[in-house]
Ligand binder design. Sequence first.
Ligand SMILES: Nc1ncnc2c1ncn2[C@@H]1O[C@H](COP(=O)(O)OP(=O)(O)OP(=O)(O)O)[C@@H](O)[C@H]1O
Ligand SMILES: [Mg+2]
Length: 335
Amino acid sequence: MKTSSPAAGREAEPVLDIEDLTVTIGTRRGQARAVAGVDWSVRAGQTLALVGESGSGKSMTVLAATGLAPRAARVTGRVRLLGEELTTLSEPRRRRLRGRHVGFVFQDPMTSLNPVLTVGRQVSEACEEHLGMTRRQARDRAVELLDLVGIPSPGRRVAEYPHQFSGGMRQRVVIAMALACEPALLIADEPTTALDVTTQAQIVELVADLRRRLGTAVVWITHDLGVVAGVADTVAVMYGGRIVERGDVDAVFAAPAHPYTRGLLAARPDPERAGGDLPAIQGAPPSPLELPPGCAFWPRCPVRGDARCEHELPPLVEVTRGHEVRTFYPGGEDA
Ligand SMILES: Nc1ncnc2c1ncn2[C@@H]1O[C@H](COP(=O)(O)OP(=O)(O)OP(=O)(O)O)[C@@H](O)[C@H]1O
Ligand SMILES: [Mg+2]
C-alpha cells in the first residue's frame, strides 16, 4: 500500500496539495460559493497560516479538502494527501487515510471530547484503531502523549474526565488526540481563540515544538495576524472564498501588496501601542450567495481602482519570488 510509508515521500512532495478547490453549497437562498479556485500546499515540518475575516472560506477549504464538507456542498478540484488523490477515493478509504494521517484541533476542545469517556480512553482510541495497538499499549501511549503535550502527572490524569480539566488543558488533550497516530498533517482551526493570552502562547509554542520534533506539516487557521508571525512559515490571505495574497510570512508582513492585507495588518492590536481605536476595515465582506464578478474587495477598497476592478477578476500575480497577490494595484498606487 502506497500510504504505508509516508515518511519516504515527505521531503520530496507536499504533504497536502490543493489545486483549484471550489466549494458550492446549495442553500434555500441559492448557491453559496464558499471557496473559489483555491490552490496551496504544505510540506513536512512547515506551517501554513490561513487568514481572513469570518466567512472568507478558511474552514470550508480544509474541511472540503479532507472530505468533511457538509452534504449539501459540491466540491471540485484536486487534493493530494501524501501523493494520494483524495477527491476520487471511496469514502471509507478516504476516512481511513484521514484518520491515520491527519490530526484536527478545533476552536472549542469540548466539540472534540466526549464528556463521558476518560481522556486516556479518548487519546488511546486512535492508537488501537489505526496503529493496531492492544488496549494496554494504547493506554501507555496515552500517558506518553499527555506528557508530550505538557499535562502534569499524566499517569494520574489519564483516568480523569474532560470536565476535570481547564480549558487550556483540554485543548492540550485534543492536541494529544490529534497527534496520537503521529499524523503527517495537523490542521488547527482557531485552536487558541477560546483561550487566555498566556495559554495561547503556550499552545503556539507546543505546536511549534512538535512540528520541529516530529516533522508534522501544519495548517493553522486564524484571524489573528499576531499569531501568524509566531507560528507560520507561509501565509495565505483569503477574501470572499479566494486567496488574495500569499507568500513567506516575512515577505508578506514586510511589504503587504493587497489593500485587504494592509487593512488586516493595520487592524492588528499592537501590544506596544496602548489604547486608541484600531483602524478597522470599513464595510462588510461579500455574501457567498452573490460574489461580484470583479475584485470582491472593491466595494471596501481604500485604493478603489477603476471599472476594471469592479468587473474583472484580478489574477494572482507574483510581486517578488514566491509572493503573489490578486490585485490590479499592488502596493496601492492611485488609480
Ligand atoms: N453548512 C453550510 N451551509 C451553507 N453555507 C455555509 C455552510 N458552512 C459555511 N457556509 C458558508 O461558507 C462561507 C465560508 O465559511 P467558512 O466557515 O469556511 O468561513 P471561515 O473563514 O472559516 O470563517 P470563521 O472565521 O467565522 O470561522 C461562509 O459564507 C459561510 O456562511
Ligand atoms: Mg472557520
